[in-house]
Design a protein around this ligand. Structure first.
Ligand code: C2E
Ligand code: MG
Ligand code: MG
Length: 579
């Protein structure tokens, strides 16, 4: 007996007290010395040399040994002088939640023993109804069962790929952190990290390499955090970090910089090397009643801002961003209602053949007839719609109205074919359901696909030409036409123009404005027109306002003109042209 702890150690069947690999170490907490001896003797007989049994006659004498994880299992008597009934079990679980427990009860307490299993014990045995084999099996079973329980709990709360905590566990820890914050003077930070261009790496190097990269990123992020911090993976390439006990914004920024720095060195992915850059959003809470969802949303919004600035940087969520977020939410809500209440209108602007001056098409342009603010132009609400994602609902609505209109004109005037152009926003182009959605609208409205042209703004042309090309090809397979809009304002390469299946190039208004006054502008427009023609594409000039521009465009061979010189956008009923 060691006087310090009051715990008596013996190996079954032998006198050594060391723990061997493969040997189980069991603590019997049992006030009846005879029962304790019996336990030891039974285990010695059933599994000679396989189990070390320590004995503690009281819960208090056993407790210290439970803290350092030296035991594989506890045999717990349910009637101890210092812990009666389920109380002992609760105390053990409070200090060693993952330790398997087998309870021992008298024959009259079977009910209580079963209750103990409900409260977290792995098994129970009735004294006097136990032999060595049964006891040994029960201990082994309890250990195995506990292991499976721990593993299941881990799986439910961790990301399988990286083993980092998942969203559920992160929310839980954040909730606890916020509760603790009320009692402390420090601050807490949620740091949202999203890898830039991960999709490109994933698509070009393959998903296996993408997975290896995510695992390596997780390891580097965890490596720079302090012991109490939590790094979680929310899915995809989103990592979220919780830092408690920080002094404030400056320290959060330092942590964000450390995280970015850790990802700077190249990643070795076997055959390939990858460079990773990350956009980071920071949200802070310092004592007030922040809610976990709100804090994560704020960090996400800040991350989004960092991305908008080109990535590879961080942003701290501040009041201006909060105001913007609130504004966005209001616009989103208002737009939802506007669609439902029929406040969204579509106006049409004619497009004319330059050679003959006859009508060949119209562009559908969205308008919001706001009950208080009057007729709103797209610039007032499209950016917010794009940011919030309600652009999908809005764009679908415009597409439906325009297709219905095209079908109506065609059935009224089968001889004249007027092409209907509809704008697609960048976010719509990225939606996985874009192609089936468009197909569905065509089917439902009965519009002729040959009369539909979808305009994709140049800035939506991504670096990944394969992905973009796939989407555009799928759209074209529906039988419609594609235009690249606002050409010249983005950075689409000549390669993009050659590789992507656009039929029409719309020359941005900014080049047309000074076309008739500036030889340089005229040279650019001439170059775009001949390039487009060389690639077999038609050209439409936007923003034609005066006759001098018309003449210049005509001499440069531009196919179609659109602008106030011909007509302003207006409701379908006011168009004229015999429609
Ligand atoms: P956009 O696609 O380049 O459309 C042409 C814009 O130029 C329209 O502005 C039109 O009214 C304007 N415009 C046409 N001719 C002239 C002219 O001679 N002079 C001047 N100064 N402007 C002219 P609007 O209707 O305000 O639309 C602005 C932008 O909003 C559009 O540019 C388009 O990118 C976007 N948009 C409009 N409707 C939709 C829609 O239904 N969905 C999406 N995603 N975007 C839309
Ligand atoms: Mg357009
Ligand atoms: Mg345009």
């Amino acid at each position: 007996m060691s006087p310090a702890t009051g715990v008596i150690t013996a190996v079954t069947g032998g006198a050594e007290s060391e723990r061997h690999a493969g040997t189980l170490r069991v603590l019997a907490i049992e006030d009846n010395l005879g029962d304790a001896r019996l336990v030891r003797a039974m285990l010695a007989e059933a599994a000679p040399g396989a189990v070390v049994v320590d004995h503690a006659p009281r819960l208090t004498t056993g407790m210290p040994g439970l803290l350092d994880g030296r035991y594989d299992c506890v045999l717990l008597d349910l009637s101890l002088p210092d812990a009666d009934g389920l109380d002992g079990l609760a105390q053990i679980r409070a200090v060693a939640i993952d330790l398997p427990v087998v309870v021992l009860s008298g024959g009259t307490d079977e009910q209580l023993a079963m209750q103990a299993v409900q409260e977290g014990a792995q098994d129970y045995l009735i004294k006097g109804q136990v032999d060595g084999r049964l006891l040994y099996r029960s201990v082994a079973y309890a250990i195995e069962r506990k292991r499976a329980e721990v593993q299941l709990a881990h799986q439910a709360l961790h990301d399988q790929l990286t083993s980092l905590p998942n969203r559920a566990l992160f929310y839980d820890r954040l909730g606890q952190g916020l509760a603790r914050l009320k009692r402390r003077k420090s601050a807490l930070a949620v740091i949202f990290c999203d890898l830039d261009r991960f999709k490109v790496i994933n698509d070009s190097l393959g998903h296996g390499a993408g997975d290896r990269l995510l695992v390596a990123v997780a390891a580097r992020l965890s490596g720079v955090l302090r012991a109490g911090d939590t790094a979680a993976r929310f899915g995809g390439d989103e990592f979220v970090i919780l830092c408690e006990d920080i002094t404030g914004e400056q320290q959060a920024i330092e942590i964000a910089e450390r995280l970015s720095e850790a990802l700077r060195a190249p990643f070795d992915l076997g055959d390939d090397e990858a460079f990773v850059q990350t956009s980071v959003g920071i949200a802070l809470a310092d004592g007030c009643e922040a809610r976990p969802e709100a804090l994560i949303r704020d960090a996400d919004a800040a991350m989004y801002r960092a991305k908008e600035r080109g990535g590879g940087t961080y942003e701290v969520f501040d009041d201006a961003m909060r105001a913007r977020a609130v504004h966005r939410q209001q616009v989103e809500h208002a737009l939802h209602r506007a669609i439902d209440r029929g406040e969204i209108e579509v106006h049409y602007q004619p497009q004319m053949r330059m050679t003959t001056g006859s009508l060949c098409g119209v562009e559908a342009l969205v308008r919001w007839r706001h009950p208080e603010h009057g007729l709103l132009m797209p610039d007032a609400f499209i950016p917010a719609a794009e940011e919030t994602g309600i652009i999908h609902a809005l764009g679908l609505h415009v597409l439906e109205v325009a297709c219905r209109q095209a079908a109506a004109w065609q059935s009224a005037q089968p001889a004249t074919s007027v092409q209907m152009s509809v704008n697609l926003s960048p976010r719509q182009c990225q939606h996985p359901d874009l192609v089936p959605t468009v197909a569905d609208v065509l089917r439902r409205t009965g519009a002729d696909p040959a009369l539909l042209c979808l305009e994709v703004t140049e800035t939506a042309v991504t670096e990944d030409l394969d992905v973009m090309g796939g989407v555009l090809a799928a759209l074209k397979s529906l039988g419609l036409t594609l235009a690249i809009d606002d050409f010249g304002t983005g950075y689409a390469s000549l390669r993009a123009l050659q590789r992507l299946p656009f039929d029409v190039v719309k020359i941005d208004r900014s080049f047309v404005t000074d076309l008739h006054r500036s030889d340089q502008e005229a040279a650019i427009v001439a170059a775009v027109i001949s390039l487009a023609h060389a690639l077999g594409k038609r050209t439409v000039a936007e923003g034609v306002e005066v006759i001098a521009q018309v003449e210049r465009l005509r001499s440069l061979g531009c196919d179609v003109g659109q602008g106030f010189y011909y007509a302003r956008p207006c409701p379908a009923g006011e168009l004229g042209y015999g429609l």
